[in-house]
Design a protein around this ligand. Sequence first.
Ligand SMILES: *Cc1c(COP(=O)(O)O)cnc(C)c1O
Length: 227
Amino acid sequence: MIELREHYQEIQEALADAAIQAGRKPSDIRLMAVSKTRSYQEMLELFSCGQLLFGENRVQEVEDKVPQIRPEGMRLHLIGHLQSNKAKKAIELFDGIDSVDSLKLANKLEGHLSKPFPILLELKTAEEDSKSGFPSEDVLFSALDTIMQSTYLQVRGLMTIGPLDGDEKMVRAAFSRLRNAFDAVKTRFDPPQFDTLSMGMSGDYRLAIEEGSNLVRIGTKLFGKRG
Ligand SMILES: *Cc1c(COP(=O)(O)O)cnc(C)c1O
């Protein structure tokens, strides 16, 4: 477990370095620890190092591994595709959903909520078919026309997964596209507290930070390779 602590320090230094290289403040970049496939014990270990925000991509996995009563301050967000029929369960398990990718899902969530709930909208910026996310800016904007009428859903920002096997140019283009969409949403809709641009993972966080990310989602570089 010493290793996890060391990885945590290393990644924080690497993020600070990337921020400075990009002419930004290290304190502007937040870290989400992506703990999918990792044990709750490892999450607690990282929490004891000071990490508060965790990301998981499957409802079922969280239901199985994370106790309902968690240490105060620990926050768990969903970053994987959510089927509408699991919306109710997801609201119970998570403190936020960073992967809302359809109006149908947003409506389902809103229908089950009785208190304010933060979400990010996911835009598909790479062509791979397997990937979730709103298929285009137009579809996302038209969904926002409705989502902005919600009583409980709070749209806090946008999220994307960069092309996983793209070259630097492709990855940068995807991130720059999300950044532009972020600015467009701010201009057109101006949601309250719209401040989160979630992009960048273990392999591409430097480019993401250069392109304006303020929330990077790191799994492998913290916990090691997944099985
Ligand atoms: C798994 C995952 C990550 C973390 O990926 P690493 O390459 O392990 O850092 C980030 N975002 C999403 C949506 C993921 O599913």
